[in-house]
Design a protein around this ligand. Sequence first.
Ligand code: AMP
Length: 392
Amino acid sequence: MRLILILNAGSSSVKCALMQIDEQGTAHDLARGSIDGLGQNAEFSMRFMDGHPAIKEAMPAGSQISHKEALSLILNTVDRLYGLSSLVAAGHRIVHGGPDFVKPVRLNRTNVDELRKLIPLAPLHQPHNLAAVDSLFELLPNLPQVGCFDTAFHATMPAIARNFALPKALTAKGIRRYGFHGISYNYIAEAFAARDPERAKGRVIVAHLGNGASLCGMINGQSVVNTMGFSALDGLMMGTRAGTIDPAVIFYLMREENMSAEAVEKMLYSQSGLLGVSGLSNDMRTLRTAAPDNSDAKMALAMFTYRVIREIGSVAAAMNGVDALVFTAGIGENDSELRADVIKGIGHLGFTLKTDANEQRDFQISASTHPAAFVMPTNEESLIARSTITLL
Ligand code: AMP
């Protein structure tokens, strides 16, 4: 048995997937799990596709679990159920590859130090991604580790889409758009091309709408435009992130409200978006349930939808038109009302809705065949596993 461990380590959780590699080198889902609430009241849960009973264990109340302890928990479980020797590699989701890491790499102490230099570009994600890599170096020094970058897929963006209209000395220092959700976009680009190769050669907008949300415009499966920018704060409204705002708001808050840079950053990353506008929740399902009797929840949903519609117009304009729109991620895959409202809102581009197909979540959900709209589940873990296998 050959297993790959896929890790997505954040500030408060470590998500993992265990994939089994078959004789042909294809990875299959074996288990998915997470350790949530690392700061306090941590809980370890894992479910298995091969019949092993699910795990759900609460850590002692108030205890703080480090990334290393979280990984030990996962490795102990792998050891108990399959034997640690069956683990042949680990693949990591790493948010930022900067200008240089534009494809998956085998991680070593030297390139991890290079990746550490990118922490200021993604201070809320990169340190935790790398903490998991460092922990595995300590726990299993001989295990090959591969890093896959959320920015890498967007390396094909042309300079006109990539650069800000800032003094060129700043652009040369790397103050530019990188784009994110690239692992998901890469997966969808390949999966869409496998299902509809002709259309995938054209202008495709992928809407990754989850707790984080962005749009990517692709031509022939390559990223040419993206709504996220220098950071994962830009573009669409998200669960707790504001998306695009006038940067002057930040100076105003710092000068007039005496907010520190850290306080503004926290507000824009974790107190805004659906949560900030509704004052209720960052979760789409909660807001849908509340909306009929709650005008703030209704406004949050309307603003989220409006921002998606507006940005689709922008991405379509950047590509001189659109041949296909693909919805993916938690909201994109599951919220038929959102998809219906968006498709109605982009009727001017030629999209019309096929209501029953949308409600059943068929592959194609538009009545229009050109342009056409689709729903596809994303699978970032599968893309990381494939990249890891290919690299090793
Ligand atoms: P993700 O970050 O991709 O896991 O997506 C999380 C988001 O998807 C949250 O806002 C969830 O409320 C939303 N979501 C998950 N399932 C559904 C559903 N059935 N209907 C509407 N939204 C959903």
